[in-house]
Design a protein around this ligand. Sequence first.
Ligand code: ADP
Ligand code: 5GP
Length: 214
Amino acid sequence: MLRVPRPERGLLLVVGGPSGVGKSTLIKGLREQLPEIVFSVSATTRAPRPGEQDGREYHFLARDRFEDMVARGGFLEWAEVYGNLYGTPWQQIADDVEDGRVVLLDIDAQGSEQVRGRMHDAAHVMILPPDRLTLETRLRARGTEDEATVQRRLAEGLEQLSHVGTYDYLVVNDDLETARATLVGIVLAELSKRQRRVDRVRAWSSPGHGGDSG
Ligand code: ADP
Ligand code: 5GP
């Protein structure tokens, strides 16, 4: 377990990539290593998978309630993905980032584009498969979708990959441990950017003033 620095302004970490590439698996590993990370729970109109709990993986909403929330401006971003609606509630995110925390979003490329327009210092990471066949094998191996849904997710997943040029970091999820360590490295590097450590700059840049720990 590692300790996450707590800069004056935190980090919004946007993770994307095609369905089945291993985002949930990698995010779980990242949270085990950096437990202070806040995972933003999205709202969705998709049905829960076995084992998913309302309020933990997603807030599962009926379409009309989701649309109400859109109308009230309740989402930082939202999009239709694989035939369902998904959105990131604003609530909490802005406060947590202002408070110096790392907030992680697992959202698609349309959502990433919307976030880019609204939060300029977010870091956008795309998880890439080693190759197409591996992606297909993983999506099937998960066994949570029927064949028609797998086909749809594969086709639309390839569309997600075509947005690769708009992301700041690309992580190939080949060896799981390496990919997880790369993600941890990205978080720590982003938190070490000078712009986020103005507290340290202030503490050390004038003679006679020492920093404290952190
Ligand atoms: P996503 O959240 O991107 O849809 P998942 O995390 O559900 O993807 O992963 C899809 C499947 O691939 C799961 O069965 C998971 O165990 C497996 N998987 C994820 N990463 C790897 C990896 N590096 N090597 C082998 N299998 C993996
Ligand atoms: P799944 O149904 O497999 O949980 O997620 C399907 C896709 O929806 C994934 O690519 C995931 O990144 C994306 N997604 C999940 N939550 C959100 C969200 O709040 N906004 C957007 N734009 N995409 C999301």
